[in-house]
Ligand binder design. Structure first.
Ligand SMILES: C[S@@+](CC[C@H](N)C(=O)[O-])C[C@H]1O[C@@H](n2cnc3c(N)ncnc32)[C@H](O)[C@@H]1O
Ligand code: SF4
Length: 460
């Protein structure tokens, strides 16, 4: 139980309390501000801790930012002292590390002192610097848009995944109507796409629908007559690959594709409910490679029952395939995932070692980290990171993570974003997650999105 006189700071404080697994403990917190000092007093386990953080500002938004920072640091230092634990990104929660670094850089400051202050481990501060440096050629605030198309269908639901999709056996009856709505949505966004940076057909598992259905989606994109740009299909699970869908993708201009093993252990794959084997991964990869796509391979570190050696083996297998991109996710506990129903906390033995190993092996193999993000409840407080061979980085992933372009997103559970650089703000429009609701609301979504981007009025 946490009692505080500063309700506004509660979400940030709770992020730290959760990090240390202390939600069930009692804290009394008192915050006040005097002479440019942000004072946090915390009564914990019968002792009083006082933390003072000094920062001068006349600006109200900055004042709030410093107050949040001071409160997080106070709780982090206290709980770190009490438990003897530290975390890879210290008290840095609730904001993407790269985003915070860019904010510092835009103020003409080096981001490293702030990261040190927030108790980020030095190797992670360096790592963020590496990501920013890889993003250099792509990082621009010149505007532009990315088109995202959501295909929320999967063959079966994986144990760790919170994705809204139900397996196709429960949703197959909606797919044709769903694509009809997509066709209308895609046609409607033509006026918004004045300077497209990328197209991304994401899942779910886009290849889990039939080739005929997929062709309707590709044809709708083709009717937009966009200039040639990065065009990804997150085809996904190796068990849904076939020549017909690959051929079709190639003929419609797709140039990047995801073949996602997650792990190369068949035993783990079965436990995760993925119903494919590593032999199918190799076969899908070889098939996709023949069409000359840039290939991305997703792995997850910390899957249940896997130790450092299992993960190292998966990494070696992925590196041996030599794809353009390898994305290393750290297992995270997500609401709505089967794993979450059965596990209150993730304690993955050796997760730090796995992430360190991924950095060492991928660097040695010639990959550079090009985008990263963190989620709540990730094993050990680590990150997800996309690695790329030089010059083969995925523009879409960078744009989405750094929010440097508009995202025109269609389909169920898609979130369109309009970035207002001058005002330093973003407006969003989320479509319903539930497919029947999405089908019903298609017209409203179309007009609301046009309004978001300055074409017409928002519907009531
Ligand atoms: C939205 S999924 C789509 C990929 C595709 N359907 C597949 O499974 O091959 C994108 C990626 O997120 C990662 N992912 C999903 N749930 C995760 C979790 N709980 N923890 C860590 N990574 C996760 C997986 O690596 C997955 O490939
Ligand atoms: S991991 Fe991929 S295939 Fe599995 S349920 Fe999630 S989106 Fe579907």
């Amino acid at each position: 139980m946490l009692n505080t006189n500063a309700e506004g700071l509660l979400p940030e404080i709770m992020d730290i309390v959760r990090l240390f697994d202390c939600e069930n403990e009692d804290f009394t917190h008192y915050f006040y501000f005097t002479n440019d000092k942000y004072i946090n007093c915390i009564d914990y386990r019968g002792s009083i801790y006082d933390f003072s953080y000094e920062c001068k500002t006349e600006d109200d938004i900055e004042y709030k930012r410093y107050a949040r920072r001071a409160a997080k640091l106070a709780f982090y230092k206290l709980l770190s002292q009490a438990s003897g634990k530290t975390f890879p990104y210290g008290a840095l929660t609730g904001i993407r590390p790269t985003k915070l670094a860019y904010m510092e850089i835009s103020q003409g400051r080096d981001f490293k002192p702030l990261f040190d202050e927030m108790q980020v481990a030095p190797e992670n501060t360096c790592f963020v610097g590496r990501v920013i440096s890889t993003q250099g050629p792509y990082y621009t605030k010149a505007g532009g848009q990315d088109l995202f198309i959501s295909l929320p269908f999967c063959p079966t639901k994986c144990r760790y995944c919170s994705f809204v999709t139900a397996p196709l056996q429960n949703t197959a009856q909606y797919v044709d109507d769903y694509i009809s709505c997509l066709e209308r949505e895609i046609a409607s966004v033509k006026p918004l796409l004045t300077s497209v940076r990328s197209v991304y057909i994401g899942g779910g598992t886009p290849f889990s629908i039939t080739a005929k259905q997929l062709e309707r989606v590709y044809a709708a994109v083709k009717r937009l007559a966009l200039p040639v740009c990065e065009y990804t299909v997150e085809a996904g699970r190796p068990d849904v690959f076939d020549e017909e869908k690959l051929e079709l993708s190639k003929s419609f201009g797709v140039n990047r594709i995801c073949v996602n093993p997650q792990t190369f252990s068949d035993a783990t794959l079965q436990k995760m409910g993925r119903r494919h084997t590593s032999a199918q991964t190799f076969a899908a990869y070889e098939m996709a490679k023949r069409y000359g796509f840039d290939i991305n391979v997703d792995l997850i570190a910390g899957l249940e029952g896997e130790g450092t050696e299992d993960f190292a083996r998966s990494l070696d297998c992925a590196i041996k395939l030599s794809p353009a991109n390898i994305t290393v996710h750290t297992l995270s506990l997500k609401s709505g995932a089967k794993l979450k129903e059965e596990t209150a906390r993730l304690h993955v033995e050796g997760i730090g070692r796995m992430i360190a190993l991924s950095r060492a092996k991928l660097t040695e193999a010639g990959y550079e980290p090009y985008y990263m993000y963190r989620q709540k409840y990730q094993a050990g407080g680590h990150e997800n990171c996309g690695w790329s061979k030089p010059g083969r980085e995925c523009v879409y992933n960078i744009d989405v993570m750094e929010e440097i372009s508009d995202n025109v997103a269609v389909g169920a559970n898609a979130i369109s974003k309009r970035v207002f650089f001058e005002e330093n703000r973003i407006e969003r429009l989320a479509s319903p997650k539930n497919i029947p609701t999405y089908l019903q609301k298609c017209d409203k979504i179309i007009s609301d999105r046009l309004a978001l981007f300055g074409f017409g009025e928002k519907s009531g």
